[in-house]
Design a protein around this ligand. Structure first.
Ligand code: NI
Length: 175
């Protein structure tokens, strides 16, 4: 496995709509997914999308965490061609960061509950329901596949801030 360079905001791939992976899922996709897991861990992220490592493909890795800092041993979830559907209309704001926007944080509204679906690396259909942080990370990563970065989702840019300029806060990971 290889730690890949993470593209930063400004690179055009991050503003592009990614292509479906489709079937069959070849060895190069499996290798890319494993490299994304390695890269996410190396960067201490809780999610990563293929466009962030320069591949405009609909492939994401997320840690299905119920809250920040919990279950550090949780296995990464790899989703090929992910789809999301909001469950209900409840939206809440919480702080997000992004490996492609290092050093910054902002308050982003997201659906509280979503249904997710997609395929695993064997091509089998997978899916389930997610809420809270897990639902938030899914929405953040699927946005990357549509060329959307979290500041574009913010209602109020006044909360966009450099972490090292903010008052001390518990340590957080970046999706
Ligand atoms: Ni991100």
């Amino acid at each position: 496995m290889t730690v890949l360079p993470v593209l930063r905001m400004g690179h055009p791939v991050l503003l592009s709509v990614a292509e479906p992976v489709g079937l069959p899922i070849g060895p190069e996709i499996r290798e890319l997914a494993q490299d994304m897991v390695e890269t996410m861990h190396a960067e201490e992220g809780i999610g990563i999308a293929a466009p962030q490592v320069g591949r405009s493909l609909r492939l994401i890795v997320v840690l299905p965490l119920s809250e920040r800092g919990s279950q550090p041993e949780v296995a990464p979830l790899i989703i090929v061609d992910p789809e999301l559907e909001p469950l209900g209309e409840q939206v809440e704001e919480a702080t997000e960061g992004c490996l492609s926007i290092p050093g910054l944080r902002g308050e982003v509204p997201r659906f509280v509950r979503v249904r997710w679906s997609g395929r695993d690396l064997d091509g089998a259909a997978i899916g389930g329901e997610a809420q809270g942080l897990f639902a938030r990370v899914l929405q953040h990563e699927v946005d990357h596949l549509d060329g959307i970065l979290y500041p574009m989702r913010m209602d109020n840019l006044r909360s966009l801030a450099f972490v090292d300029a903010m008052p001390p806060d518990p340590e957080e990971n970046e999706p």
